[in-house]
Design a protein around this ligand. Structure first.
Ligand code: SF4
Length: 253
């Protein structure tokens, strides 16, 4: 009798776990069906910072970040507390929820071709640069999106905080580490360190595998002082270069 009750209980628990598993699968499938990519905004401008400064670029800003919620009430407690970007929601210019990589790539093409010459996406001339940014874009960027954007002729750059490994296939990887977070992406084309973070020692990054090393003064009330400090630092340590937020200086988006 005891064995029978035990067996019934095991069967009941097993059935319950199975139903929970199926529910989780359906919820996940529904989520994927409803929204695969959440995009805050897509806009066309010039890259304002770092090694690609001045190059025309379609910026695709994903919603959400893993180092700050984006809410002012949470800023002081966040790992990254100096963010200057609104990445909350999908209500920006050309923003929205996209159900597939092809739908998002098609939207990017539509925006680009509405604003630049028809041959802008000609792969034979290296294609128009699209900058996947955020928020933290690598929470959402996947191989399906990379393939879809390449098929449409884009040169794909990503701007990441480096806490998530970058998928393969990207054409340009720019990592901007935030002190207090664990950076796992320690290689790429460009390391852009925001100068003015408490406890920052640029020397610690020099063993990382990047082609370009940039220091960028933090956008804050001390920016003039920080800019002078970066200039002096770069002159003394010539592997580093100064990055300015030229789009802010020129007041372009
Ligand atoms: S990691 Fe980047 S997007 Fe996220 S809060 Fe910091 S500056 Fe903003």
């Amino acid at each position: 009798m005891f064995a029978l009750v035990f067996l019934l209980r095991v069967l009941l628990i097993g059935r319950l776990l199975y139903q929970l598993f199926r529910f989780a699968l359906s919820a996940f499938a529904l989520y994927k069906l409803i929204a695969m990519y959440s995009v805050k905004e897509i806009f066309y401008t010039l890259q304002g910072e770092g090694a690609q400064t001045g190059r025309p670029a379609l910026f695709l800003r994903f919603a959400g970040c893993n180092l700050w919620s984006g809410r002012e009430a949470d800023r002081q407690a966040a790992i990254c507390s100096f963010c200057d970007t609104d990445f909350v929601g999908t209500d920006g210019e050309n923003g929205g929820q996209f159900k597939s990589a092809t739908a998002l790539a098609a939207r990017a093409v539509e925006v680009a071709l509405g604003l630049c010459a028809e041959d802008a996406l000609d792969k034979s001339v290296n294609g128009l640069q699209i900058v996947l940014t955020g928020g933290e874009p690598l929470l959402q960027v996947d191989s399906a999106l990379i393939d879809a954007l390449h098929e449409r002729g884009f040169f794909i750059a990503v701007e990441t905080n480096g806490t998530i490994k970058a998928p393969s296939g990207l054409d340009w990887v720019c990592v901007s580490p935030k002190l207090g977070s664990e950076v796992v992406q320690r290689s790429g084309d460009e390391l852009k360190v925001v100068y003015g973070q408490d406890g920052l020692n640029p020397e610690e990054f020099l063993s990382w595998d990047f082609t370009h090393f940039y220091l960028q003064p933090m956008d804050c009330s001390d920016i003039d002082q920080l800019t002078m400090a970066v200039i002096e630092y770069c002159k003394a340590h010539p592997r580093w270069k100064l990055s300015l937020q030229s789009h802010k200086i020129l007041q372009i988006p």
